[in-house]
Design a protein around this ligand. Sequence first.
Ligand SMILES: [Zn+2]
Length: 491
Amino acid sequence: MKKITSLKVVILLLFNLFINYSFSQTTNESAKRVAIPNPSILTLQNIQKAGIDLSCGPKFVNNNLHLELSYEELLLLDNNGISYNVLINDLTTYYKEKFANELPLAKAALKQEQQIAALKKASKTLSKKSSLIDNPAQHDECSEIDWAVPSNFKLGSMGGGFTLSEAYAELDLMRTLYPNLISVRTDASTTNRKTHGNSTGSTTWAGQPVYYVRISDNPDIDEPNEPETLITGAMHAREIVSVMNTFYFMWYILENYSTDPFIKNMVDNHEIYLIPISNPDGYRWNEVIAPGGGGLQRKNLRPGVADNGTTNSSNNVRGVDLNRNFNYYWGWDNSGSSPTTSSQTYRGPSAGSEPETKIVQEFIASHDIKVAVNHHGGLNSIITSSYNGSVSATDSGREDEYAKICHDLTQYNRYVYGSAPNTLYEANGDVNDWMLGGPNVTSGGQTSSGSGKDVLALTPENGDDFWPAISEISDLSSEHENEFNISNVFW
Ligand SMILES: [Zn+2]
Protein backbone atom coordinates (compact mmCIF):
# COMPACT_ATOMS: atom_id res chain seq x y z
CA MET A 1 0.00 0.00 0.00
CA LYS A 2 2.78 2.31 0.98
CA LYS A 3 4.54 1.41 -2.27
CA ILE A 4 1.49 2.28 -4.36
CA THR A 5 1.16 5.64 -2.60
CA SER A 6 4.81 6.40 -3.30
CA LEU A 7 4.34 5.45 -6.92
CA LYS A 8 1.32 7.73 -7.07
CA VAL A 9 3.39 10.57 -5.68
CA VAL A 10 6.13 9.95 -8.19
CA ILE A 11 3.60 9.88 -11.06
CA LEU A 12 2.00 13.05 -9.78
CA LEU A 13 5.39 14.69 -9.51
CA LEU A 14 6.29 13.59 -13.02
CA PHE A 15 2.93 14.85 -14.28
CA ASN A 16 3.53 18.19 -12.63
CA LEU A 17 6.98 18.35 -14.10
CA PHE A 18 5.52 17.59 -17.53
CA ILE A 19 2.89 20.32 -17.15
CA ASN A 20 5.48 22.82 -16.01
CA TYR A 21 7.86 21.78 -18.78
CA SER A 22 5.13 22.11 -21.43
CA PHE A 23 4.10 25.45 -20.02
CA SER A 24 7.60 26.81 -19.96
CA GLN A 25 8.19 25.56 -23.51
CA THR A 26 5.06 27.35 -24.71
CA THR A 27 6.09 30.52 -22.92
CA ASN A 28 9.65 30.32 -24.19
CA GLU A 29 8.53 29.81 -27.76
CA SER A 30 6.58 33.03 -27.91
CA ALA A 31 8.00 35.97 -29.87
CA LYS A 32 9.96 38.39 -27.72
CA ARG A 33 11.28 41.92 -27.77
CA VAL A 34 14.97 41.83 -26.96
CA ALA A 35 17.74 44.37 -26.52
CA ILE A 36 21.29 43.88 -27.77
CA PRO A 37 23.41 46.30 -25.76
CA ASN A 38 25.78 48.60 -27.67
CA PRO A 39 26.14 46.38 -30.74
CA SER A 40 29.42 46.78 -32.61
CA ILE A 41 29.53 46.84 -36.40
CA LEU A 42 30.79 43.25 -36.21
CA THR A 43 27.81 42.23 -34.06
CA LEU A 44 25.43 43.90 -36.52
CA GLN A 45 27.09 42.03 -39.36
CA ASN A 46 26.77 38.78 -37.44
CA ILE A 47 23.09 39.44 -36.78
CA GLN A 48 22.61 40.02 -40.49
CA LYS A 49 24.60 36.90 -41.37
CA ALA A 50 22.36 34.93 -39.01
CA GLY A 51 19.48 35.82 -41.37
CA ILE A 52 17.79 38.58 -39.35
CA ASP A 53 16.53 41.60 -41.28
CA LEU A 54 18.01 44.87 -40.09
CA SER A 55 16.12 47.07 -42.57
CA CYS A 56 12.56 46.49 -41.39
CA GLY A 57 11.96 46.77 -37.67
CA PRO A 58 15.22 47.44 -35.83
CA LYS A 59 15.02 50.25 -33.30
CA PHE A 60 17.90 51.95 -31.54
CA VAL A 61 17.13 53.08 -28.00
CA ASN A 62 20.01 54.64 -26.05
CA ASN A 63 22.55 52.79 -28.20
CA ASN A 64 20.78 49.49 -27.61
CA LEU A 65 19.37 47.60 -30.59
CA HIS A 66 15.78 46.54 -29.97
CA LEU A 67 14.43 43.69 -32.09
CA GLU A 68 11.16 41.74 -32.07
CA LEU A 69 12.06 38.16 -32.84
CA SER A 70 10.41 34.80 -33.21
CA TYR A 71 11.59 31.80 -31.22
CA GLU A 72 13.46 30.53 -34.28
CA GLU A 73 15.30 33.84 -34.68
CA LEU A 74 16.27 33.86 -31.01
CA LEU A 75 17.79 30.42 -31.55
CA LEU A 76 19.84 31.93 -34.39
CA LEU A 77 21.17 34.57 -31.98
CA ASP A 78 21.93 31.86 -29.41
CA ASN A 79 23.68 29.66 -31.98
CA ASN A 80 25.81 32.57 -33.14
CA GLY A 81 26.82 33.56 -29.63
CA ILE A 82 25.02 36.92 -29.78
CA SER A 83 23.84 37.87 -26.31
CA TYR A 84 20.66 39.78 -25.61
CA ASN A 85 18.34 40.84 -22.81
CA VAL A 86 14.66 39.96 -22.98
CA LEU A 87 12.52 43.10 -22.62
CA ILE A 88 9.12 41.59 -23.31
CA ASN A 89 8.77 37.84 -22.91
CA ASP A 90 5.48 37.26 -24.71
CA LEU A 91 4.75 39.83 -27.41
CA THR A 92 1.39 38.32 -28.37
CA THR A 93 -0.05 38.85 -24.90
CA TYR A 94 1.70 42.21 -24.57
CA TYR A 95 0.17 43.62 -27.77
CA LYS A 96 -3.24 42.16 -27.04
CA GLU A 97 -3.49 43.96 -23.71
CA LYS A 98 -1.81 47.16 -24.86
CA PHE A 99 -3.96 47.65 -27.96
CA ALA A 100 -7.23 46.81 -26.21
CA ASN A 101 -6.52 49.76 -23.90
CA GLU A 102 -5.17 52.10 -26.57
CA LEU A 103 -7.71 51.75 -29.38
CA PRO A 104 -10.70 53.65 -27.90
CA LEU A 105 -8.45 56.47 -26.65
CA ALA A 106 -6.64 56.77 -29.99
CA LYS A 107 -9.93 56.83 -31.91
CA ALA A 108 -11.23 59.66 -29.72
CA ALA A 109 -7.97 61.60 -30.13
CA LEU A 110 -8.08 61.17 -33.92
CA LYS A 111 -11.62 62.52 -34.02
CA GLN A 112 -10.50 65.58 -32.09
CA GLU A 113 -7.52 66.05 -34.41
CA GLN A 114 -9.84 65.89 -37.42
CA GLN A 115 -12.08 68.61 -35.96
CA ILE A 116 -9.04 70.87 -35.55
CA ALA A 117 -7.86 69.94 -39.06
CA ALA A 118 -11.21 70.94 -40.53
CA LEU A 119 -10.83 74.41 -39.01
CA LYS A 120 -7.25 74.60 -40.24
CA LYS A 121 -8.30 73.68 -43.74
CA ALA A 122 -10.85 76.47 -43.69
CA SER A 123 -8.07 78.94 -42.87
CA LYS A 124 -5.63 77.17 -45.28
CA THR A 125 -2.70 77.11 -42.86
CA LEU A 126 0.12 74.61 -43.15
CA SER A 127 1.90 74.68 -39.83
CA LYS A 128 4.96 72.95 -38.44
CA LYS A 129 4.51 70.23 -35.89
CA SER A 130 4.83 71.47 -32.33
CA SER A 131 6.17 68.17 -31.03
CA LEU A 132 7.94 65.33 -32.78
CA ILE A 133 8.07 61.61 -32.13
CA ASP A 134 11.59 61.01 -30.89
CA ASN A 135 13.30 58.96 -33.59
CA PRO A 136 17.07 58.89 -33.17
CA ALA A 137 17.77 57.76 -36.73
CA GLN A 138 16.20 60.83 -38.27
CA HIS A 139 18.16 63.94 -39.09
CA ASP A 140 17.08 67.17 -37.45
CA GLU A 141 17.95 70.06 -39.74
CA CYS A 142 14.38 70.55 -40.96
CA SER A 143 10.89 70.51 -39.53
CA GLU A 144 7.95 68.23 -40.04
CA ILE A 145 4.73 69.62 -41.46
CA ASP A 146 1.60 69.29 -39.39
CA TRP A 147 -0.58 68.03 -42.25
CA ALA A 148 -4.32 68.47 -41.81
CA VAL A 149 -5.44 64.91 -41.16
CA PRO A 150 -8.02 63.86 -43.79
CA SER A 151 -11.54 63.80 -42.42
CA ASN A 152 -12.19 60.29 -43.77
CA PHE A 153 -8.99 58.74 -42.41
CA LYS A 154 -9.80 56.23 -39.71
CA LEU A 155 -8.12 53.62 -37.54
CA GLY A 156 -8.81 49.93 -38.00
CA SER A 157 -9.59 47.24 -35.45
CA MET A 158 -6.25 45.41 -35.73
CA GLY A 159 -3.96 47.40 -33.46
CA GLY A 160 -5.26 50.55 -35.17
CA GLY A 161 -4.47 49.04 -38.57
CA PHE A 162 -7.11 47.80 -40.99
CA THR A 163 -7.96 44.16 -41.30
CA LEU A 164 -8.00 42.96 -44.91
CA SER A 165 -11.78 43.37 -45.21
CA GLU A 166 -11.64 46.82 -43.56
CA ALA A 167 -8.94 47.88 -46.04
CA TYR A 168 -10.96 46.69 -49.03
CA ALA A 169 -14.08 48.39 -47.65
CA GLU A 170 -12.07 51.66 -47.52
CA LEU A 171 -11.09 51.29 -51.18
CA ASP A 172 -14.73 50.68 -52.07
CA LEU A 173 -15.82 53.71 -50.02
CA MET A 174 -13.27 55.90 -51.82
CA ARG A 175 -14.73 54.81 -55.15
CA THR A 176 -18.27 55.54 -53.91
CA LEU A 177 -17.36 59.03 -52.68
CA TYR A 178 -14.94 59.98 -55.48
CA PRO A 179 -15.91 57.99 -58.59
CA ASN A 180 -14.29 60.59 -60.84
CA LEU A 181 -10.90 60.32 -59.15
CA ILE A 182 -10.37 56.67 -58.19
CA SER A 183 -11.04 53.40 -60.00
CA VAL A 184 -12.84 50.38 -58.61
CA ARG A 185 -10.44 47.96 -56.96
CA THR A 186 -9.14 45.67 -59.66
CA ASP A 187 -7.21 42.41 -59.89
CA ALA A 188 -3.54 43.33 -60.37
CA SER A 189 -2.72 40.08 -62.14
CA THR A 190 -2.93 40.10 -65.91
CA THR A 191 -2.45 36.38 -66.44
CA ASN A 192 -4.87 33.67 -65.50
CA ARG A 193 -2.56 30.90 -64.41
CA LYS A 194 -5.41 29.48 -62.37
CA THR A 195 -3.16 29.25 -59.36
CA HIS A 196 -6.22 28.74 -57.21
CA GLY A 197 -9.97 29.09 -57.46
CA ASN A 198 -11.71 30.73 -60.41
CA SER A 199 -10.19 34.21 -60.27
CA THR A 200 -9.76 35.95 -63.63
CA GLY A 201 -6.12 36.54 -62.76
CA SER A 202 -3.57 34.66 -60.71
CA THR A 203 -4.10 34.46 -57.00
CA THR A 204 -2.02 33.90 -53.90
CA TRP A 205 -1.40 30.47 -52.39
CA ALA A 206 -4.59 30.91 -50.35
CA GLY A 207 -6.59 31.86 -53.46
CA GLN A 208 -6.74 35.61 -52.88
CA PRO A 209 -6.41 38.21 -55.65
CA VAL A 210 -3.99 41.11 -55.18
CA TYR A 211 -5.85 44.39 -55.77
CA TYR A 212 -4.83 47.73 -57.20
CA VAL A 213 -6.61 51.05 -57.69
CA ARG A 214 -5.80 53.96 -60.00
CA ILE A 215 -6.10 57.60 -58.92
CA SER A 216 -6.28 60.02 -61.84
CA ASP A 217 -8.65 62.46 -63.53
CA ASN A 218 -10.04 59.69 -65.74
CA PRO A 219 -9.63 56.83 -63.29
CA ASP A 220 -11.41 54.19 -65.35
CA ILE A 221 -8.96 54.31 -68.24
CA ASP A 222 -5.20 54.12 -68.66
CA GLU A 223 -4.38 57.38 -70.47
CA PRO A 224 -1.30 56.62 -72.56
CA ASN A 225 0.27 60.08 -72.32
CA GLU A 226 0.25 60.39 -68.53
CA PRO A 227 3.29 59.31 -66.51
CA GLU A 228 2.64 56.54 -64.00
CA THR A 229 3.67 55.97 -60.41
CA LEU A 230 3.17 52.82 -58.33
CA ILE A 231 2.82 52.78 -54.54
CA THR A 232 2.76 49.45 -52.70
CA GLY A 233 2.34 48.42 -49.06
CA ALA A 234 2.54 45.33 -46.85
CA MET A 235 4.89 43.19 -48.89
CA HIS A 236 6.00 42.42 -45.34
CA ALA A 237 2.64 41.74 -43.75
CA ARG A 238 3.35 42.92 -40.20
CA GLU A 239 4.64 46.38 -41.17
CA ILE A 240 1.32 48.05 -40.53
CA VAL A 241 2.25 51.69 -41.17
CA SER A 242 3.12 50.73 -44.76
CA VAL A 243 -0.61 50.19 -45.24
CA MET A 244 -2.06 52.95 -43.10
CA ASN A 245 0.06 55.71 -44.63
CA THR A 246 -1.12 54.65 -48.08
CA PHE A 247 -4.73 55.14 -47.03
CA TYR A 248 -3.88 58.47 -45.38
CA PHE A 249 -2.19 59.62 -48.59
CA MET A 250 -5.12 58.54 -50.75
CA TRP A 251 -7.72 60.28 -48.60
CA TYR A 252 -5.59 63.42 -48.52
CA ILE A 253 -5.44 63.57 -52.33
CA LEU A 254 -9.12 62.77 -52.83
CA GLU A 255 -10.31 65.29 -50.24
CA ASN A 256 -8.01 68.14 -51.35
CA TYR A 257 -8.26 67.72 -55.14
CA SER A 258 -10.89 70.37 -55.58
CA THR A 259 -9.21 73.01 -53.40
CA ASP A 260 -5.44 72.46 -53.77
CA PRO A 261 -4.12 73.43 -57.24
CA PHE A 262 -0.91 71.40 -56.76
CA ILE A 263 -2.85 68.21 -56.09
CA LYS A 264 -5.30 68.92 -58.89
CA ASN A 265 -2.43 69.40 -61.34
CA MET A 266 -0.80 66.16 -60.18
CA VAL A 267 -4.00 64.11 -60.48
CA ASP A 268 -4.99 65.62 -63.83
CA ASN A 269 -1.62 64.95 -65.46
CA HIS A 270 -0.49 61.77 -63.79
CA GLU A 271 -1.69 58.27 -62.93
CA ILE A 272 -1.07 56.96 -59.44
CA TYR A 273 -1.42 53.20 -59.07
CA LEU A 274 -1.69 51.75 -55.58
CA ILE A 275 -1.40 48.17 -54.34
CA PRO A 276 -1.99 48.81 -50.64
CA ILE A 277 -1.60 45.15 -49.62
CA SER A 278 0.74 43.17 -51.85
CA ASN A 279 0.94 40.19 -49.46
CA PRO A 280 -2.72 39.55 -48.53
CA ASP A 281 -2.13 36.00 -47.23
CA GLY A 282 0.50 37.04 -44.69
CA TYR A 283 -1.65 40.02 -43.79
CA ARG A 284 -4.71 37.84 -43.17
CA TRP A 285 -2.63 35.39 -41.14
CA ASN A 286 -1.84 38.23 -38.75
CA GLU A 287 -5.58 38.70 -38.29
CA VAL A 288 -5.84 35.01 -37.39
CA ILE A 289 -2.97 34.87 -34.92
CA ALA A 290 -3.55 38.31 -33.37
CA PRO A 291 -6.98 39.78 -34.25
CA GLY A 292 -6.39 42.82 -32.06
CA GLY A 293 -3.02 43.59 -33.68
CA GLY A 294 0.59 42.67 -33.00
CA GLY A 295 0.81 39.63 -35.31
CA LEU A 296 4.37 39.07 -36.48
CA GLN A 297 3.85 37.25 -39.78
CA ARG A 298 6.20 38.87 -42.30
CA LYS A 299 6.33 36.41 -45.20
CA ASN A 300 3.65 35.02 -47.51
CA LEU A 301 1.97 31.68 -46.77
CA ARG A 302 3.72 29.33 -49.16
CA PRO A 303 2.48 25.96 -47.92
CA GLY A 304 4.53 23.10 -46.65
CA VAL A 305 7.49 25.18 -45.65
CA ALA A 306 9.09 25.64 -42.31
CA ASP A 307 6.26 25.51 -39.85
CA ASN A 308 8.11 23.08 -37.63
CA GLY A 309 5.28 20.62 -37.93
CA THR A 310 2.97 23.09 -36.24
CA THR A 311 0.91 24.20 -39.22
CA ASN A 312 -2.09 25.01 -37.06
CA SER A 313 -0.23 26.95 -34.42
CA SER A 314 0.07 30.68 -34.29
CA ASN A 315 3.72 30.77 -35.29
CA ASN A 316 5.06 33.18 -37.87
CA VAL A 317 7.81 31.19 -39.58
CA ARG A 318 6.06 29.76 -42.60
CA GLY A 319 6.29 31.23 -46.08
CA VAL A 320 8.73 33.06 -48.32
CA ASP A 321 10.09 36.58 -47.85
CA LEU A 322 8.61 38.21 -50.95
CA ASN A 323 11.16 41.02 -50.80
CA ARG A 324 13.94 38.47 -51.34
CA ASN A 325 12.14 36.48 -54.05
CA PHE A 326 12.51 38.82 -57.05
CA ASN A 327 14.59 37.55 -59.95
CA TYR A 328 17.35 40.14 -60.08
CA TYR A 329 20.46 38.76 -58.30
CA TRP A 330 18.20 36.27 -56.55
CA GLY A 331 20.19 34.06 -54.19
CA TRP A 332 23.61 35.07 -55.53
CA ASP A 333 24.90 34.74 -52.00
CA ASN A 334 23.44 34.78 -48.51
CA SER A 335 23.63 38.57 -48.12
CA GLY A 336 20.43 39.44 -46.32
CA SER A 337 18.57 36.49 -47.81
CA SER A 338 18.49 32.95 -46.55
CA PRO A 339 18.11 29.47 -48.06
CA THR A 340 16.69 28.22 -44.73
CA THR A 341 12.93 27.81 -44.89
CA SER A 342 12.24 28.90 -41.30
CA SER A 343 14.21 32.13 -41.71
CA GLN A 344 12.29 35.41 -41.89
CA THR A 345 14.45 36.21 -44.94
CA TYR A 346 13.86 32.86 -46.69
CA ARG A 347 14.15 33.71 -50.39
CA GLY A 348 12.05 30.84 -51.75
CA PRO A 349 12.96 27.71 -53.77
CA SER A 350 13.69 29.64 -56.99
CA ALA A 351 13.74 33.18 -58.37
CA GLY A 352 10.24 34.61 -58.72
CA SER A 353 8.71 31.39 -57.39
CA GLU A 354 5.87 33.07 -55.49
CA PRO A 355 2.49 34.05 -56.98
CA GLU A 356 2.63 37.48 -55.29
CA THR A 357 6.04 38.14 -56.87
CA LYS A 358 4.72 37.14 -60.28
CA ILE A 359 1.70 39.42 -59.90
CA VAL A 360 3.89 42.47 -59.19
CA GLN A 361 6.13 41.49 -62.11
CA GLU A 362 3.12 41.21 -64.44
CA PHE A 363 1.84 44.54 -63.26
CA ILE A 364 5.14 46.27 -64.00
CA ALA A 365 5.39 44.54 -67.38
CA SER A 366 1.92 45.69 -68.41
CA HIS A 367 2.39 49.35 -67.34
CA ASP A 368 4.85 52.11 -67.92
CA ILE A 369 5.71 52.91 -64.31
CA LYS A 370 8.34 55.64 -63.89
CA VAL A 371 8.58 55.72 -60.11
CA ALA A 372 7.71 53.02 -57.56
CA VAL A 373 7.45 53.63 -53.84
CA ASN A 374 7.44 50.29 -52.00
CA HIS A 375 6.54 50.99 -48.41
CA HIS A 376 7.91 49.02 -45.46
CA GLY A 377 8.15 49.64 -41.73
CA GLY A 378 11.10 50.46 -39.49
CA LEU A 379 14.28 52.54 -39.41
CA ASN A 380 12.93 55.97 -40.51
CA SER A 381 14.78 55.88 -43.78
CA ILE A 382 14.49 55.54 -47.53
CA ILE A 383 16.40 52.69 -49.11
CA THR A 384 17.10 53.07 -52.79
CA SER A 385 18.73 49.75 -53.63
CA SER A 386 19.63 46.71 -51.65
CA TYR A 387 22.34 44.54 -53.14
CA ASN A 388 25.92 45.66 -53.38
CA GLY A 389 26.64 43.89 -56.65
CA SER A 390 23.49 45.02 -58.44
CA VAL A 391 22.81 48.02 -60.61
CA SER A 392 22.13 50.28 -57.71
CA ALA A 393 21.11 53.81 -57.07
CA THR A 394 24.78 54.69 -56.90
CA ASP A 395 25.89 53.21 -60.22
CA SER A 396 22.75 53.22 -62.32
CA GLY A 397 23.48 56.54 -64.02
CA ARG A 398 20.39 57.89 -62.30
CA GLU A 399 22.09 59.07 -59.12
CA ASP A 400 20.94 62.67 -59.58
CA GLU A 401 17.33 61.64 -59.98
CA TYR A 402 17.50 59.45 -56.87
CA ALA A 403 19.11 62.26 -54.90
CA LYS A 404 16.43 64.70 -56.02
CA ILE A 405 13.48 62.45 -55.29
CA CYS A 406 14.87 61.38 -51.90
CA HIS A 407 15.52 64.98 -50.99
CA ASP A 408 11.97 65.90 -51.91
CA LEU A 409 10.44 62.94 -50.11
CA THR A 410 12.39 63.47 -46.90
CA GLN A 411 12.14 67.24 -46.82
CA TYR A 412 9.50 67.21 -44.15
CA ASN A 413 9.91 63.86 -42.45
CA ARG A 414 13.63 63.96 -41.62
CA TYR A 415 14.31 60.43 -42.91
CA VAL A 416 17.87 59.48 -43.78
CA TYR A 417 18.31 57.94 -47.23
CA GLY A 418 20.75 56.00 -49.37
CA SER A 419 21.35 52.58 -50.83
CA ALA A 420 21.03 49.74 -48.32
CA PRO A 421 24.69 48.62 -48.48
CA ASN A 422 25.66 52.21 -47.71
CA THR A 423 23.14 52.79 -44.95
CA LEU A 424 23.39 49.51 -43.04
CA TYR A 425 22.20 46.35 -44.60
CA GLU A 426 22.28 44.69 -48.00
CA ALA A 427 19.99 42.02 -49.39
CA ASN A 428 19.52 40.29 -52.73
CA GLY A 429 16.29 39.44 -54.54
CA ASP A 430 14.80 42.77 -53.49
CA VAL A 431 11.94 44.39 -55.41
CA ASN A 432 13.67 47.76 -55.93
CA ASP A 433 16.72 46.23 -57.58
CA TRP A 434 14.48 44.13 -59.83
CA MET A 435 12.35 47.12 -60.86
CA LEU A 436 15.41 49.23 -61.68
CA GLY A 437 17.48 46.43 -63.17
CA GLY A 438 17.98 45.49 -66.78
CA PRO A 439 18.02 42.12 -68.51
CA ASN A 440 20.56 39.30 -68.29
CA VAL A 441 23.22 40.07 -65.76
CA THR A 442 25.82 37.32 -65.68
CA SER A 443 28.53 36.82 -63.12
CA GLY A 444 30.19 33.78 -61.58
CA GLY A 445 28.15 31.45 -63.77
CA GLN A 446 24.81 32.90 -62.67
CA THR A 447 22.40 34.90 -64.82
CA SER A 448 19.47 37.00 -63.70
CA SER A 449 17.16 39.64 -65.12
CA GLY A 450 15.55 42.78 -63.80
CA SER A 451 12.32 44.24 -65.11
CA GLY A 452 14.07 46.00 -67.98
CA LYS A 453 11.70 48.91 -67.33
CA ASP A 454 14.20 51.19 -65.60
CA VAL A 455 11.78 52.04 -62.78
CA LEU A 456 13.08 54.54 -60.25
CA ALA A 457 12.18 52.38 -57.24
CA LEU A 458 12.71 53.02 -53.55
CA THR A 459 11.58 51.85 -50.14
CA PRO A 460 10.56 54.15 -47.32
CA GLU A 461 10.96 52.37 -43.97
CA ASN A 462 8.18 54.05 -42.04
CA GLY A 463 8.58 54.64 -38.31
CA ASP A 464 10.60 52.18 -36.28
CA ASP A 465 8.04 49.64 -35.04
CA PHE A 466 6.10 46.91 -36.77
CA TRP A 467 3.18 47.84 -34.52
CA PRO A 468 3.56 51.40 -33.21
CA ALA A 469 1.40 52.85 -30.43
CA ILE A 470 -2.04 53.35 -31.98
CA SER A 471 -1.94 57.03 -31.05
CA GLU A 472 1.12 57.41 -33.34
CA ILE A 473 -0.36 55.79 -36.46
CA SER A 474 -1.94 58.93 -37.85
CA ASP A 475 1.19 60.98 -37.22
CA LEU A 476 3.51 58.36 -38.72
CA SER A 477 1.19 57.98 -41.72
CA SER A 478 1.26 61.72 -42.31
CA GLU A 479 5.04 61.64 -42.63
CA HIS A 480 4.59 60.47 -46.19
CA GLU A 481 2.10 63.11 -47.11
CA ASN A 482 4.74 64.94 -49.09
CA GLU A 483 4.94 61.88 -51.31
CA PHE A 484 3.00 63.92 -53.83
CA ASN A 485 6.44 65.42 -54.45
CA ILE A 486 7.04 62.32 -56.59
CA SER A 487 5.25 64.25 -59.28
CA ASN A 488 8.19 66.72 -59.29
CA VAL A 489 10.16 64.03 -61.10
CA PHE A 490 8.03 64.56 -64.17
CA TRP A 491 7.85 68.35 -64.31
ZN1 LIG B 1 9.78 45.25 -44.68
